[in-house]
Write a protein that binds this ligand. Structure first.
Ligand code: PRT
Ligand code: ZN
Length: 283
């Protein structure tokens, strides 16, 4: 197999999770803090550590074959790349926010106002879609202080907890786009063997994240209700126990309906419920 290059963020919000994902795929690599490029010793892959803003273009131009980057950055750079996989981390929303004391009531009130942002392309498209003429002031950082300095009437910036808005006397006004980390590729390489092999590993890691492995004991007479509650990958595994009228049930549960299921299992007579993380699920 020929070697691939994947670009990930060198440092910042997406670095740690990107490295963790690749390591969970069984890839062995070192020195990623001190170098800009690192070779994986047990897979034909090289990792490039870059500023996130550069990743979409590097992938579009084929300097890297793959990249992990926020959807907000992809949209802002307006590149033509292929979306391989949403990764479920780095979640945030690009929002327009206004000062707490602002007199703006609805989106159309932005007409003729000034909005500060580091995302001029996305904002321009949003304003056009909503038929609003406003002035876009492009700033590269500390966007949230711009209304206080009298430089703008609103801002358009990434929000996750909302803490930054609050501590700067701002409130959310409109959602422009939601974002998460995405695995992208250069167009046309999705079908290459080495890409498919890596994708299979990534998907098995993501799938495992959504599920928990559950073992519980139940009286044989209660087994039908329990089995009914628990569709496993095929069906739950039932193992006899030393005590004759008891069995152990092994299964997987989706993280999203975990508590609801556990409470129903308890009510149906399940005992000694043990819940374990799953490392990988190979489909
Ligand atoms: O150095 P480099 O250019 O690589 O990194 P960067 O500083 O440009 O990006 P970085 O590391 O801050 O963010 C990388 C990506 O993480 C972003 O492109 C988003 O896709 C995603 N992400 C998720 C966030 C946030 N959450 C986030 N909260 N990016 C930025 N923020 C900032 C936001 O700009 C604001 O200043 O955090 C502040 C708001 O956070 P809250 O929690 O107070 O609402
Ligand atoms: Zn950046």
């Amino acid at each position: 197999m020929s070697s691939l290059k994947i670009a990930i963020q060198k440092s910042g919000r997406l670095n740690e999770k990107s490295v963790e994902l690749l390591k969970n795929c069984g890839l062995t690599f070192e020195n990623y803090k001190s170098s800009l490029i690192s070779s994986v010793s047990n897979f034909p892959l090289e990792i490039l550590f870059l500023r996130d803003d550069d990743i979409p273009e590097y992938v579009q131009d084929g300097i890297a074959d793959l990249g992990i980057v926020g959807e907000n950055v992809i949209n802002e750079t307006e590149v033509n790349v292929h979306y391989l996989q949403r990764l479920g981390f780095g979640k945030c929303t690009l929002k327009i926010a206004i000062p707490n004391e602002s007199d703006l009531k609805q989106i159309s009130d932005l007409e003729g106002r000034a909005i500060a942002t580091s995302y001029p392309n996305i904002l321009k498209k949003y304003l056009a879609d909503n038929q609003i003429n406003a002035t876009i002031r492009t700033i590269s950082g500390s966007v949230e202080i711009s209304p206080g300095l009298g430089l703008s009437d609103a801002i358009c910036d990434i929000v996750s907890t909302g803490g930054t808005l609050k501590s700067n006397g701002l409130k959310p006004f409109a959602d422009v786009m939601s974002s998460e980390a995405i695995l992208i590729s250069k167009n046309g390489i999705e079908q290459e063997e080495v890409v498919k092999e890596l994708m299979q590993r990534i998907q098995s890691v993501l799938k495992a994240k959504e599920t928990k492995y559950v073992v519980l004991n139940v009286k044989r007479e209660n087994l039908p209700i329990i089995v009914n509650l628990l569709p496993g990958v095929k069906s739950p595994t039932v193992v006899p126990l030393a005590e004759e009228d008891w069995v152990a049930v092994h299964t997987v549960i989706q993280e999203r309906d975990f508590w609801e299921k556990i409470n129903k299992l308890k009510a149906a007579g399940a005992q000694g419920i043990v819940v374990m993380p799953i490392e990988k699920i190979i489909m």
